[in-house]
Write a protein that binds this ligand. Structure first.
Ligand code: AHR
Length: 501
């Protein structure tokens, strides 16, 4: 048994919880759209062909914003293919995922889905193989009230009200050589700046995200952000960051459980780079981060069709175990801890493709293990993010050396008078007795402790056994003097709620 201590103080306030931290991502990749959110003819399909069971799980998960339609897909996408009468929509080759895109589901359907789910749309534009004019057309179709070519077309397509989309991604992973229309930082920075300038001539209040690096390991990381921001600083609001982690790449379980150490460093480096450019430009403006792709993803297992061009093939349908869920929780803790600069985050993706929700064609939908940390954080993280101070033992792992066993953040909602601690125990076999130092909250008591853990860290949820891994209530232990104590099982994600009795 290890001992650790967290100090909680309402004055250690990092930022308000930004609801956009609980974003997700729907890409035309594998079965995320087709047989994921959309499957006409399924017993659960509504009149629009959207699966009610998947929609209900997205709502239960507490997703607040969804990035659409890609991803690598967007860099070869003509958004016009996916609007208007279905029978007129072309079928195209999607080179990104070597699939056939029927365009049966497009922009209007997605906005309709998002409205049903009460989710904000974050739309990505194709700046790989398209440019400023197509971006303007797309914006006009979506947001202009009427009386112009594109807005009248939207109305004719059955959407009288503008979509009112505030946040736009200026392309996707343009630093990546795998990306259609891949660019140098100079080429992309100029295009992003000019696209943003043109969009702002129509609507100055849009929130625009420039592509940062597609990963911290990219050879151009840092230089890419600096060059792009030097060219586009005044025109954009955020720079994106993407990160995926998996145990195979990490090398061992201990290193994998410490993945958030890498994410933390990544965020600090992007912030430092953005602030450096701001200082050079003598700008008082601050560029924040849109961490618009993050997750556990077993990329070494990725198989993309190469011979034929199937519709909605099974791509990246990773099954997540308990350890994966704990890493997802730890990544969420990091995103919350850096709420001062990470103002949007999207877990990639929502359904089937590297996703917390799984669904079978004609069959059921279920929650993967990784569903739960997201759902609980989205539900309970309210009010202000507190920078908890952790006094924790460390463990040695091959990738990061000495690593804190306990990784935590807390939120304080003054309106509900509730403090919630989100904490993982990264140790592979030692439980932790965690003391919550709450002298600054003298009347609060632990009212609930939820944990996700299992003696078998490889346990998963499947179609046949969808509730094998679920969070469970831990009996609340006695108070010790001024402090509260909870027990964290090895490899566990925990939510501890404190209120006045
Ligand atoms: O989310 C899966 C893919 O990962 C996205 O299409 C791409 O942007 C990233 O490389």
């Amino acid at each position: 048994m290890l001992d650790a201590r967290l100090i909680l103080d309402p004055d250690l306030h990092v930022a308000d919880v930004d609801r956009r931290t609980f974003g997700s991502f729907v890409e035309h990749m594998g079965r995320c759209v087709y047989t994921g959110i959309f499957e006409p003819g399924h017993p659960e399909a509504d009149d629009d062909g959207h699966r009610r069971d998947v929609l209900a799980l997205a709502r239960e998960m507490g997703v607040t914003l969804v990035r659409y339609p890609g991803g690598n897909f967007v860099s070869g996408y003509r958004w016009e293919d996916g609007v208007g009468p279905r029978e007129d929509r072309p079928t195209r080759l999607d080179a990104a995922w070597h699939s056939l895109e029927t365009n049966a589901h497009g922009l209007g359907e997605f906005v309709t889905w998002a409205r049903k789910a009460d989710i904000e749309v974050n739309l990505a534009m194709n700046l790989g193989t398209r440019g400023v004019l197509e971006a303007l057309d797309l914006h006009e179709y979506c947001n202009h009230p009427g009386g112009t070519y594109w807005s009248d077309l939207r109305i004719a397509h059955g959407h009288p009200e503008p979509f009112g989309i505030r946040m736009w991604c200026l392309g996707n992973e343009m630093d990546g050589p795998w990306q259609m229309g891949h660019k140098t930082a100079e080429e992309y920075g100029r295009l992003a700046a000019e696209t943003a300038r043109a969009l702002r001539m129509v609507d100055p209040d849009l929130e625009l995200v420039a592509c940062g690096s597609s990963g911290r390991g990219m050879p151009t990381f840092g230089e890419w952000e600096a060059t792009v921001l030097e060219l586009a600083y005044d025109q954009v609001d955020r720079i994106s960051a993407h990160a995926y982690y998996d145990e195979v790449d990490a090398g061992d379980l201990g290193s994998f459980l410490a993945s958030a150490v890498d994410m933390e460093a990544f965020i600090s480096e992007v912030v430092a780079t953005a602030d450096h450019v701001g200082a050079k430009l003598r700008s008082s403006k601050r560029i924040d981060i849109s961490f618009d792709e993050w997750n556990v993803w077993y990329q070494p297992d990725l198989e993309v069709p190469t011979e034929d061009w199937p519709v909605a093939p099974r791509i990246a349908e990773d099954t997540y175990d308990v350890a994966d869920a704990v890493v997802v929780g730890s990544l969420l803790i990091t995103l919350l801890r850096r709420s001062d600069r990470v103002t949007t985050a999207c877990q990639a993706q929502l359904v089937n493709a590297l996703a917390p929700i799984r669904s079978e064609p004609g069959g059921p939908a279920w929650r993967q293990t990784s569903f739960y940390p997201f759902a609980q954080a989205a539900r309970f993280a309210r009010g202000k993010v507190l920078a908890v101070q952790a006094i924790t033992p460390s463990y040695e792992c091959a990738r990061f050396g000495a690593t804190p066993v306990v990784h935590a953040v807390a939120t304080h909602d003054p309106d509900r008078d509730e403090v919630v601690v989100f904490v993982v125990n990264r140790h592979v076999d030692e439980p932790v007795s965690l003391t919550l130092g709450i002298r600054a909250f003298p009347d609060h008591r632990v009212v609930e402790h939820l944990t996700l853990s299992d003696p078998d860290v490889r346990a998963v949820n499947t179609e046949d056994d969808p509730l094998r891994v679920v969070p469970r209530q831990v009996e609340v232990t006695q108070r010790d003097g001024d402090d509260e104590q909870v027990l964290l099982p090895p490899v566990s994600w925990n939510v501890v709620r404190l209120r006045r009795p």
